[in-house]
Design a protein. Structure first.
Length: 738
């Protein structure tokens, strides 16, 4: 079986930039909105670093770091992130950004935007968020555009959309009587190249293997191109998923990869085919990249009937007699096999703005991207001075199959060795928990494996180890178990215990200073921190004091917040100090005037007042004039008529007007009369007497408080009934009781 491999493989520029950013950015508190790329292996690699993938922005906490994937995002998302203090790391593909810019500007000019693409694709969803005018997404050339007649229309494309369908859509738009039509061919050049190679391989091969994520739109489209020509297509997401038995009977098999498929994944599939004695060869490059022209080419606005767009037919791909891919395979077999973590010396063969190629002991040249070189700047002058052909540099092997090298990792290793010396001296260090086992947590510190035993995770026993995955651990060294295998045993518990001891010592010192400075009766200022049903906790010089609800108001309150507001500062009086139990009671009402202290300013004898009956007793009724101020209306002062009981004339809650007969602020007593405000009847009815029952008459002394003609000096009561008394006698009897 012969295997023909497409020339264009590996990540496209936009995907590569996004992946490299995700692998370089600090993982802690970093999120990515949606899958960074549609490739399961890469997504798992990013997740292993601790970066969290979310579907909605509201899943990202305020102040976090958010990666915008190469598909882009709506404009509103950037504004929402700025409002919540979320740091945006924008990995939007430059070609996608260009399409967004075009759509935004043309929409602002009042034109109708037509997008050739999949309305469910994240790129299209994001693109719609930049359009403020009419927009329409079409995925088929069979769309009806008659509703666009007489309008100014702009056509753009999803960057991974089918080139063939895009031009058919543009042709159909030209047939409609539009006012103007502007066509922007915004399909990414790498998409065009891969689609044309897929067409060629489908014509020249018996079957096609498409390597890439099963959810990748551009990968799926490559297979659709081959299927349209009646060829068998096999989608392969990984080398493990590839089954050679299914393709071994085909004489000629093409291999192509999507733009979100890493090169090493395609190579692993090819290695598996080579192991089964398949003859591998590679196509020549058929279409020259037009990146600069695609990015900068202006669109010409013309009348719809003057637009003519034709798809450029792809040139045939010629096979190379001596396969270039086979040569690579042969050289790979001769190349020394490296181990991950090994440090080797290599020689620079060549350098460009983006990468260098080095050679080890074999003949195979290995690419090192500039992101893995120890360079602070990457402009051409500095870069060429750093990377000169023939220069030898030390690099670390970071991956095998294919071999990946890093000069930065060597520098990191040297820094790691210096850090290890500090750790041995007792310095605290931090790592992110990557996994668990029965005994505890595992993590990595550079090239060292870090193990935290269960009992050393925190103070107390840990039952659920899984919740620590992805969390940052603050550790101190217990021991280095094996220098050669680089295993560190560490503890977070000792860090937490030391911090607790430090906090307790600081708290004790603070409390001692507080109790030394406060005395009973002091007036202090405090901030209300929190409230409960029974009172408020007030911070006084950093110490929590309790203001009980009974000490908030002289008249009593139902809720603490009726008097105090959380977060505000007030003055309080120190009522009780319990140094042994570290408790201080404070009062707010003690610094406020009592109602009776202000009563003399409000009330005087002879005043007419209004109040509510709050209590009724056999000898009269108490009327509340205001919160905390009650006055007594004696039964004899309720009505000019004879009353057996106050309840026959008054009810609880009834509002009445009364006259102040006597007022003593010092004794906190007010005597009221309701009948003083009522007209005197012409005659005063007397209760009928029972001639057969002895009568008891009690003489009542006259108070000098009413008018001279008031005939209340004597009052007759039935024996066994309510007693009669003057107001002065009533008050006197109250004093005697006290």
């Amino acid at each position: 079986m012969k295997v023909v491999v497409s020339r264009h493989r590996g990540f496209c520029a936009g995907v590569k930039r996004a992946v490299e950013t995700a692998l370089a950015v600090p993982a802690e508190n970093t999120y990515v909105l949606g899958e960074l790329i549609h490739n399961e292996a890469v997504v798992k690699q990013i997740a292993a670093r601790g970066i969290v993938t979310v579907d909605r922005l509201d899943e990202v906490p305020d102040g976090a770091r958010l990666l915008i994937r190469s598909h882009g995002a709506p404009r509103s998302l950037y504004a929402a992130c700025a409002e919540r203090g979320i740091e945006v790391i924008d990995c939007t593909c430059p070609f996608v950004s260009r399409t967004q810019r075009i759509a935004e500007e043309e929409s602002r000019a009042g034109k109708s935007i037509v997008i050739a693409g999949d309305i469910r694709h994240p790129e299209v969803v994001g693109l719609l968020g930049w359009i403020g005018n009419e927009a329409r997404v079409v995925s088929s050339e069979r769309e009806d555009f008659s509703d666009l007649r007489g309008k100014d229309v702009v056509l753009v494309a999803q960057t991974t959309f089918s080139e063939k369908i895009f031009y058919k859509i543009s042709e159909n738009l030209q047939k409609v009587s539009l006012k103007t039509l502007v066509i922007f061919p915004t399909i990414c050049y790498t998409t065009v190249e891969r689609q044309r190679e897929a067409q060629f391989l489908a014509r020249t091969c018996d079957a096609l293997i498409v390597v890439g994520g099963l959810h990748s739109g551009n990968t799926k489209r490559l297979g659709e191109i081959a299927s349209a020509q009646g060829k068998q297509v096999f989608y392969v997401s990984s080398a493990d998923a590839f089954e050679y038995e299914k393709v071994k009977f085909f004489g000629r098999v093409g291999v192509i990869a999507g733009a979100s498929t890493p090169e090493w994944l395609t190579q692993e599939v090819l290695f598996k085919m080579v192991d089964n004695n398949a003859e591998v060869q590679e196509t020549e490059k058929t279409v020259e990249a037009q990146v600069a022209e695609t990015a900068e080419a202006p669109a010409e606005e013309v009348k719809a009937e003057e637009v003519a767009a034709e798809a450029t037919a792809s040139e045939p791909v010629q096979e190379v007699p001596t396969s270039a891919m086979q040569k690579i395979m042969d050289e790979f077999e001769k190349e020394e096999r490296y181990k991950k973590g090994q440090i080797i010396e290599v020689t620079i063969v060549s350098a460009t703005d983006e990468e260098i190629f080095v050679s080890g002991s074999g003949k195979l040249e290995i690419r090192i991207p500039k992101t893995e070189l120890d360079c602070a700047e990457y402009d051409r002058k500095v870069y060429e001075e750093k990377a000169k052909a023939g220069e030898k540099i030390e690099v670390m092997v970071t991956a095998v199959k294919p071999t990946q090298l890093s000069e930065k990792m060597v520098k990191k290793l040297r820094e790691e060795e210096a850090l290890l010396e500090d750790i041995k001296a007792g310095k605290e260090f931090s790592v992110v928990c990557t996994d668990t086992n029965k005994g505890g947590l595992t993590a990595e510190l550079g090239t060292y494996l870090v193990f935290v035993p269960r009992r050393e995770i925190r103070m107390g026993y840990v039952t659920d180890l899984e919740k620590y995955k992805g969390k940052t651990l603050r550790l101190k060294l217990i021991e280095i178990r094996n220098e050669r295998r680089k295993e560190i045993i560490a503890s977070q518990r000792v860090v937490l215990e030391a911090e607790r001891a430090e906090r307790e010592a600081a708290k004790a010192a603070k409390e001692e200073a507080f109790f030394s400075s406060i005395q009973l009766g002091d007036v202090v200022e405090g901030k209300v921190e929190r409230v409960t049903k029974f009172g408020a906790f007030v911070s006084v010089n950093g110490f929590d004091c309790l203001a009980h609800i009974s000490d908030l108001s002289w008249t009593g309150v139902n809720e603490v917040t009726d008097v105090l507001e959380i977060g505000k500062r007030y003055e309080f009086k120190v009522l009780k100090i319990d140094r042994e139990n570290k408790k201080v009671s404070i009062g707010y009402k003690q610094l406020q005037p009592q109602p009776w202290e202000l009563a003399a300013q409000k009330y005087a004898e002879g005043d007419i007042v209004h109040g509510k009956v709050v209590r009724i007793v056999p000898f009269g009724a108490f009327v509340e004039l205001e919160k905390g101020i009650d006055g007594l209306v004696h039964v004899s002062q309720i009505s000019h008529e004879w009353l057996e009981n106050p309840t026959s004339a008054l009810t609880i809650g009834e509002e009445v007007d009364a006259k102040i007969l006597a007022f003593s602020p010092a004794e906190r007593k007010i005597t009221l009369s309701i009948k003083a405000l009522q007209p005197r009847p012409e005659y005063e009815p007397r209760p009928e007497r029972d001639e057969n029952k002895p009568q008891k008459v009690k003489k009542v002394s006259r108070r000098n408080t009413g008018s001279a003609d008031e005939d209340d000096e004597y009052r007759e009561w039935k024996e066994g009934g309510n007693f009669g008394a003057s107001i002065s006698e009533l008050l006197g009897s109250d004093d005697e009781k006290k």
